[in-house]
Design a binder for this molecule. Structure first.
Ligand code: ADP
Length: 363
């Protein structure tokens, strides 16, 4: 047992002591054996029911073979003469006519120290979580900020062109507004996450979500010479999820795929997104495939770990955050290398319950 325990016989002499009791009293186990209870606990308050007045021994009702006294404070004396207050609980145990007292000793000082240690551990883990959150925030916020910057530059170019390109200018400004809103939402979601508020889920059509994300990413794709294809198979079941969080997952997968095809020949800079009903009614399957260098077995084991990155300016957080989000939605996210070339990331999400779907249809 982790706490100090001694067993005393009916004459209140020690017959057994465990290792923590040896440490507590500073006597060796053999010194302890045969010592009297009174030597170890010279004083005990006379405050509990069943205690015989004036006795410095564990009090107990006389009639029971097994009886106990409640927890009480006592003064324990160590070998070096030092005394400190402990709390003891005595239980009488008497099988087959024999009888002994099991004395459990708790040291409030060491308990307080342990509590302090626990509080410190919680504090340190919060601080380290905050560090992770800050890194995650920097990572997530980077995407809309980059998009805002490139749209703002494009808008400047459209303004300077003659004649002015009003249609593109309006589109670029609309994208800036949308990305700013998304950045604000991401910060709000992360604050909600730290405060452990439940995610704001609603039944969503993953086909629509994929279209929205493809729209958000189209300028990025264009700028990097990537051909993004979208294949949405007819009717897919609705998924009960947080719109912004699932958008973040898809955006992360697309950004990685764009990075992966960066060094490829123009005709291989292709990234395909497929949304379909998962087999056997298991929900919705979304795949993001590219024709980049692919992943070897070692990488597949590493890429979902936080801070794993092979990119010079990567943070290695996108996939770990994405997997965390997907897992929270009851889904799975995994990767595999394609048989010919490139990699495919699979996202499987459970379909929303029938109740949630009818709620959506009524609204
Ligand atoms: P980051 O993009 O900042 O490196 P991620 O967690 O998103 O962080 O990705 C971790 C690593 O996984 C990447 O650095 C890369 O090595 C690998 N990876 C992710 N997607 C692909 C992909 N489509 N093809 C090849 N490797 C990939």
């Amino acid at each position: 047992m982790p706490g100090a325990v001694i067993v005393v016989d009916d004459d209140f002499r020690v017959v057994l002591a465990n290792e923590p009791a040896v440490t507590l009293f500073g006597h060796t186990a053999s010194e302890l054996s045969d010592m009297s209870f009174v030597q170890l606990f010279p004083r005990m308050p006379e405050d509990s029911a069943g205690e015989r007045s004036g006795r410095s021994e564990p009090g107990a009702p006389d009639d029971g073979r097994a009886a106990s006294c409640g927890q009480r404070m006592a003064i324990a004396r160590s070998k070096d003469g030092s005394e400190h207050t402990v709390s003891v609980k005595c239980t009488r145990y008497g099988p087959d006519g024999a009888s002994a007292w099991i004395v459990m000793i708790a040291d409030p000082c060491s308990q307080a120290a342990a509590r302090r240690d626990d509080q410190q551990r919680v504090h340190f883990s919060r601080v380290s979580e905050l560090g992770d959150m800050a890194a995650a925030l920097a990572h997530e916020i980077n995407q809309p900020l980059t998009a805002i910057l490139s749209n703002a530059r494009a808008a400047q170019r459209f303004l300077e062109s003659t004649p002015q390109d009003q249609v593109d200018l309006r589109e670029a400004l609309a994208d800036i507004v949308a990305d700013s809103c998304r950045a604000t939402e991401i910060v709000r979601k992360l604050r909600q996450f730290v405060g452990e508020a439940p995610p704001e889920t609603q039944p969503l059509d993953m086909g629509n979500l994929a279209r929205e994300v493809a729209h958000l990413m189209r300028r990025d794709a264009l700028a990097r010479g990537v051909h993004l294809t979208l294949d949405i198979a007819g009717q897919v079941p609705l998924v009960h999820c947080d719109n912004i969080q699932l958008q973040q997952v898809l955006i992360n997968l697309l950004r990685n795929a764009f990075d992966a095809v960066e060094g490829c020949r123009a005709e291989d800079r292709v990234v395909s997104v497929k949304v379909s009903a998962a087999p056997q009614g298991k929900g919705v399957s979304i795949t993001v495939s590219d024709r980049g260098p692919g992943l070897n077995t070692d990488q597949i084991g590493e890429i979902f770990k936080p801070f794993f990155t092979s990119k010079p300016h990567g943070m290695g957080l996108g996939l770990s955050i994405s997997r965390m989000i997907v897992t929270r939605h009851g889904g799975h996210l995994w990767a595999e290398s394609n048989s010919d070339r490139g990699a495919t990331f699979h996202l499987l999400l459970p379909s929303a319950s029938a109740a949630a779907v009818s709620e959506l249809r009524q609204s």
